[in-house]
Design a protein around this ligand. Structure first.
Ligand code: PMP
Length: 417
């Protein structure tokens, strides 16, 4: 194990003494490559981050998506720090809250109002309640394997659940129009909400873009039945378009939730909605002790300015395409078949035919050793700090990683001498 790995392991052992599971949820080292991936980070800057041992990585995970401009972007940090100096928790919100809500309403074509919180989960769940309040119906339809947060109605985890948590939630397969129609038919007059991510991006599975027929069916079934279409744009928001991704695929949502990339890593999320949903939205209780903190709001306003000014989503698409082309050529030169799916700005990449994920994990460890941080089961994220030069450097490092991967016998072909 590399020095960085053992330093992380020491902290992980300490964590296990005082924190159940050591590190929670998606950042648990158990969910990347157990025993091989760093479990703790020291700092990030631009396109890179450093682990506890001081080893530098080109970061292609970007904090699982929030970092869209680059780690510690100077302009975003300056805006957040200026707001921070006036206090993190006053008795009232700052006017920045109104300015940010105005910005969201101005930028999202279907939005007439906005609310702010800190987590994606809080607002996907709140939107479900708003849909139930608006329709006076109980049922929620969601795609199998889609992640909408850690609350009981949708968590992929198992602990602490009772059957009632899911009694009013039904799942269908992504892009399966017939199954979706059947769900609406079976629960006629009982469906409050259909919640969808813009495209299907499950962990441990290839990404799938929606078919035109699926998007059309989602819009039509909601419109005809009176159910609300909730777009969970927490992961994709700002990455596929300037803000909302609905227009990219043709969704006509009633409510949408943004989170991860909204403030380049500062803790804030937002939900927006149509005028007709406003009365229900005003009746469903929404609050959090720390939600008035002005610093993430200032960071979000700055991030949105930059996203527009610098055409960031186009940059991410270009950087992603360059990365994937580079990976495919490097893989080809070493006789490795790699499968990529999803939009290049947030691609899902694995070794072809690797159902156990063991070879993909081995490739990720080889990349880690060469100074590129990938994830074996989750989609990756590009950021604006991934300039062409940085991508080329990453591909050069990955060339070495493919070589090591094949040499270690994980490439599928015979091991090199
Ligand atoms: N929806 C989607 C699509 C997500 O990717 C996530 C976070 N991974 C969430 C909801 C939940 O957001 P949070 O972790 O901020 O609660």
């Amino acid at each position: 194990m590399s020095g960085s790995g053992s330093e992380s392991q020491r902290w992980f052992q300490r964590a296990l003494e005082v924190i159940p599971g050591g590190v929670y949820g998606h950042t648990s080292p158990v969910l990347s490559v157990p025993g091989r991936y760093p479990a703790f980070a020291r700092e990030g800057r631009g396109s890179r981050y450093w682990d506890l041992y001081g080893k530098e990585y080109i970061d292609l995970l970007c904090g699982y998506g929030p970092v869209i401009l680059g780690h510690r972007d100077p302009e975003v940090e300056a805006a957040a720090n200026e707001a921070r100096e006036r206090g993190a928790c006053l008795n009232h919100p700052s006017p920045l809250m109104v300015e940010l809500a105005e910005r969201l309403v101005a930028w999202v074509d279907f939005a007439d109002w906005a609310v702010l919180a800190k987590n994606g989960s809080d607002l996907t769940t709140w939107c479900i309640r708003v849909a139930r309040e608006h329709t006076n119906r109980p049922m929620v339809l969601k795609a199998r394997g889609a992640y909408h947060g850690m609350h009981a109605w949708c968590t992929p985890g198992r602990g602490g659940l009772i059957p009632e948590d899911r009694a009013q939630v039904e799942e269908f397969s992504w892009n399966d129009v017939e199954e979706l129609e059947a769900c609406f038919h079976r629960h006629r007059d009982r469906v409050a909400a259909l919640i969808l991510t813009p495209f299907h991006h499950p962990s441990y599975g290839d990404s799938e873009l929606p078919t035109e027929a699926f998007v059309a069916a989602a819009n039509r079934l909601c419109r005809d039945s009176g159910a609300l279409l909730v777009l969970d744009d927490v992961r994709c928001g700002l990455r596929l378009a300037e803000l909302g991704s609905h227009g990219v695929f043709g969704y006509e949502p009633d409510l949408a939730v943004y989170g991860k990339a909204l403030a380049n890593g500062h803790a804030i999320s937002a939900a927006v909605g149509r005028h007709r949903v406003r009365p229900a939205a005003s009746r469903v209780f929404l609050t959090g002790t720390f939600w008035n903190d002005p610093a993430p709001m200032a960071a979000a306003l700055e991030t949105l300015d930059r996203v527009r000014r610098d055409g960031v989503h186009q940059r991410l698409a270009q950087a992603g395409e360059r990365l994937l082309e580079g990976i495919q050529s490097a893989a080809g030169r070493h006789g490795v078949e790699v499968r990529t799916s999803g939009p290049p700005a947030m691609p899902y990449v694995r070794v072809e035919g690797d159902d156990s994920f063991l070879r993909t994990q081995a490739l990720c460890v080889a990349a880690l050793d060469r100074g590129v941080f990938l994830h074996p089961h989750h989609n990756w994220f590009l950021c604006a700090a991934h300039t062409d030069e940085v991508i080329d450097e990453a591909v050069e490092r990955l060339e070495g990683a493919f070589q090591d991967f094949v040499r270690n016998g994980a490439g599928g072909g015979p091991p090199s001498p």
